[in-house]
Write a protein that binds this ligand. Structure first.
Ligand code: KG4
Ligand code: ZN
Length: 331
């Protein structure tokens, strides 16, 4: 919940990790039911934390895609219900645009971040470089040809016997490992453009783990594999981001900000690699706090405010979209 300027009045993230962890990944049906079961009390909590009633609101925004349709329907219909009952404007937010605009929240950079800037979005479902040129103006410069970066972390974590989601556990394990021990491939490194590929890297790790025999790996070996894998991902992301920065400069000669968002942006090794790459290209890395990089409602509310300010509201007939590419989000 945000005030009109975008200051945070209340925030609450309800994790479904416990519900999905036994299955090693997100189960769509469980996700839909959990949304239905927990959303009303979650909204109540946020409202009382902010000390507001629905009638005090200036508008209601909800993520309408892309993503699993069950949760999108529950969230969208709930938001429409509140908007209808209190005659408030309703904004259907593209969740990728919400990640893209988070860096413009007041307080993230000293003077507020102006368009255009380059976004590297690295989450469990997405891996792309985007020129963010305005609200509703996004140009995808490159994206993954197979897995998302977070997906690769999750799959490798699984190979190493870590829980789900694997990214945070893998980073912790990697901290005690030698990143130079295994020479894993760096897919697409140095190739033109800024597309990504992670499936070959994941397969190389699987082959290495297979060679080490069945049964649990010694912790030191697992740590070296984790560290070597993480270094490979960091190298690839830094290289692809470097290409994207050059592409961005061609579009806008005054572009000088690289924003990183999505769950993988929480990774310290990846942040340092990106900061170094940015410095080389005369860019500055802006990384919102980790809690605002991973999926959260603050970023959706903020995207809602950005749209509301420009009069971009949606009708009650707006249907949630499981697929909704960022460059088709119209202004
Ligand atoms: O953005 P997000 O919260 O959800 C979506 O996928 O939209 O991203 C979750 C992903 C998961 O794949 C998770 O393993 C990864 O982000 N992740 C990390 C770290 N923390 C979360 N990957 C690497 N290092 C981390 N510290
Ligand atoms: Zn996300």
């Amino acid at each position: 919940m945000l005030d009109a300027e975008g200051h945070i009045l209340a925030e609450a993230v309800l994790s479904q990790e416990r519900e999905h962890a036994p299955f090693g990944g997100v189960v769509p049906e469980i996700a839909a039911r959990a949304h239905l079961a927990f959303l009303p009390e979650q909204v109540d909590r946020a409202m009382s934390q902010a000390g507001l009633r629905f009638a005090d609101l200036g508008g209601v925004a909800a993520s309408a895609g892309p993503g699993l349709i069950g949760g999108l329907i529950v969230g969208s219909q709930f938001a429409k219900g509140v908007a209808l009952a209190h005659q408030l404007p309703y904004v259907a937010v593209n969740h990728l645009e919400a990640h893209a605009l988070t860096a413009r929240l007041p307080g993230i950079t000293p003077d507020g971040l102006a368009f255009p800037y380059l976004l590297l979005l690295v989450s469990g479902g997405h891996c792309q470089c985007v020129a963010v040129e305005g609200v509703g103006h996004h140009v995808r410069l490159g994206s993954t040809m197979d897995d998302a970066a977070g997906e690769a972390f999750d799959k490798v974590a699984k190979l190493l016997g870590l829980g789900w989601p694997g990214g945070p556990a893998l980073e912790k394990l990697a901290a005690g490992g030698d990143p130079g021990r295994y020479a894993f491939p760096r897919p697409l490194l140095g190739r033109p453009g800024c597309d990504f590929s992670f499936s070959g890297l994941k397969t190389a790790v699987a082959l290495e783990v297979g060679k080490l025999g069945s049964g649990a790996l010694p912790v030191a070996v697992a740590a070296d594999i984790a560290a070597s894998f993480q270094r490979a991902v960091a190298d690839v992301l830094a290289d692809r981001a470097s290409h994207a920065m050059a592409m961005m400069r061609l579009r806008s000669s005054d572009a000088r900000i690289l924003v990183v968002a999505g769950g993988v942006a929480a990774n310290g090794a990846i942040r340092s690699a990106l900061a170094a790459a940015a410095a080389t290209h005369g860019f500055e890395l802006v990384a919102p706090p980790v809690r605002l990089c991973t999926d959260n409602a603050v970023m959706v509310a903020w995207a809602g405010i950005e749209r509301l300010r420009l009069g971009m509201v949606n009708g009650m007939d707006f249907a949630p979209r499981p697929r909704w590419p960022l460059d088709s989000v119209e202004a």
